[in-house]
Design a protein around this ligand. Structure first.
Ligand SMILES: Nc1ncnc2c1ncn2[C@@H]1O[C@H](COP(=O)(O)OP(=O)(O)OP(=O)(O)O)[C@@H](O)[C@H]1O
Ligand SMILES: [Mg+2]
Length: 254
């Protein structure tokens, strides 16, 4: 049996940071921590991660300062970029199985669409190991995430009907100067419902939008080809997030 841990950053709400966190986790685990990872982009039809990887590869080929950065990273780590594959929702589990028949990465990430009514999503989630739900402090995100997590806990995890072991809420885009009372109120509510909330919170910060820059040489934070630059890591929450992610998935010793 495969030892790969299959995870999804998932939410019923769009724009809460699923794809961003998938890239950040995958790249940090792979390029910095030395874990083997692969990503399956199941968010069709846009397939934004697959598109991002293709754009990044073409920028790296065309732009001298990015080629140089890529050569340096290759020299330091000896690594080629991790795989990013595309799948439709209906075929995702089959594609995962086919991939795991041939490869055994430490982690396989699924990027799922932020839609509510799709028959395939629950089936996918039932058959993977861990779900991470980014949540932002807006009414729609909260009102969709809490029932979603309760459903997964009550119907799939505590009944043992699925393979899924944990579902974890992660506060994203947190403005720490504001609304701490609101965050605490929702934390209390989620505790009451036995929903696990990660200790790590991720700040609202422009660096999360900072990808490869083709015009000038600036440190990159979010990229499928590079790890987040050291100068941008402080106070980003990424190190804490990765440590907590590894503890939850039981891979802390890698
Ligand atoms: N902590 C953060 N601080 C600031 N901006 C962020 C943060 N996290 C994500 N973003 C930005 O929010 C936007 C939405 O993020 P992302 O595309 O990852 O969300 P998503 O949940 O995958 O959306 P979709 O449902 O459309 O797939 C992006 O522009 C991203 O750069
Ligand atoms: Mg997305």
């Amino acid at each position: 049996m495969s030892n790969t841990i299959v995870v999804a950053v998932s939410s019923q709400k769009g724009g809460v940071g699923k794809s961003t966190l998938t890239v950040l986790l995958a790249s940090y685990l792979y390029y910095v921590k030395g874990y083997d990872v692969a990503v399956m982009d199941c968010d069709s039809p846009q397939h934004s991660l697959d598109g991002e990887r293709k754009r990044e590869l073409s920028d790296v080929r065309a732009i001298p300062h990015l080629s140089k950065m890529a050569d340096e990273l290759k020299e330091q780590t000896g690594k080629r970029p991790y795989a990013i594959m595309k799948a439709g929702l209906g075929e995702a589990l089959d594609k995962v199985q086919l991939y795991l028949d041939r490869y055994e990465p430490d982690f396989l990430f699924l990027d799922l669409p932020g839609t509510i009514n799709n028959v395939h999503i629950l089936n996918i989630i039932a058959n993977i190991h861990h779900v991470f739900c980014p949540m932002t402090a807006d009414k729609f995100a909260i009102e969709s995430t809490i029932p979603f997590c309760r459903y997964l806990n009550d119907r799939l995890i505590s009944t043992g009907l699925g393979n899924i072991k944990t579902v974890n809420v992660l506060w994203n885009m947190v403005d720490s100067r504001e609304r701490t009372d609101l965050y605490h109120a929702y934390d209390d509510l989620m505790e009451e419902y036995n929903i696990s909330v990660m200790k790590t919170t991720l700040p609202a910060s422009v660096r999360f939008r900072r990808g490869l820059n083709s015009k000038e040489k600036r440190p990159v934070f979010r990229s499928t080809l590079f790890p987040p630059d050291k100068s941008l890591i402080k106070n980003s929450g990424i190190e804490e997030l990765v440590a907590e992610f590894l503890a939850i998935t039981g891979k802390s010793d890698g």
